[in-house]
Design a protein around this ligand. Sequence first.
Ligand code: SF4
Length: 277
Amino acid sequence: MNPGKQLLRQDMMPHILCPGCGHGIVLNTLVRVLAKRFTSMDQVALVAGIGCSSRIVGYIDANTLHTTHGRALSFATGLKLSRPELTVIVITGDGDGLGIGGNHLIHAARRNLDLTCILFNNETYGMTGGQLAPTTVLRAFTTTTPYGNKEKSFDAAELVKAAGATFVGRGQAYRPDLLEELIDRAIAHRGFSFLDVMTDCTEYFGRKNALGGGSDLLFSQARGEEAIAQGLGEWPELRDPDGFPIRETVPMGVLHEVNRPTLEEMMGLAGYDAREE
Ligand code: SF4
């Protein structure tokens, strides 16, 4: 049994996620890490914005804040500076954290605030209706790009690394074992840690691009990791309705890790050293 299951708020069930949505795998992986790392959830705060990904903090029995669209990092900054002994984890989506809240993200990374930001990247705005997100790949169909996306997408990991984050990684719902290790290392890191997590919206991104159901989309994630893709010979390459490959190869794992003083250290905040490692 997943040791994290005890951390789920049973009175919030059933959850709102659609069948096949990758967010459930990420939630499952996150609670497993939390159950292993912490003896009590009193020292953990989860802060989220708006969206299907942000909704998952309501399912976790810790200190949780469900805030406004794109502003999770602003609320988290205030919380962390007033309660520096807390382990603060921000849950956001690509629309919430990179689109509407993109400015907050780059400045939180620049400040090297000691918190962890997990960005659920499903290449679309899910909860609000499947619109184009800054991470939507070229040519993909969304509610707002009925003729295909003409804009280059952000590489979230590269953006946040360039902004000053001291730990950056990328994982996938397809590989919960690797994702578990990444989340654990990101939480342990002192400074701004950021994870770009590839997960899938079956209801909008999958359906609009005729990519099949949840398992088909998971296999398409596997094609994004070269080492795994080499072992997938018999599975058909997923293509959009015009025949273009829908996923590019992107690096996975820990992509960047350095040490520099955190904002809390620079400010000499009392209580910061009590943060659980
Ligand atoms: S709308 Fe998309 S992202 Fe939201 S729960 Fe459904 S499948 Fe998941």
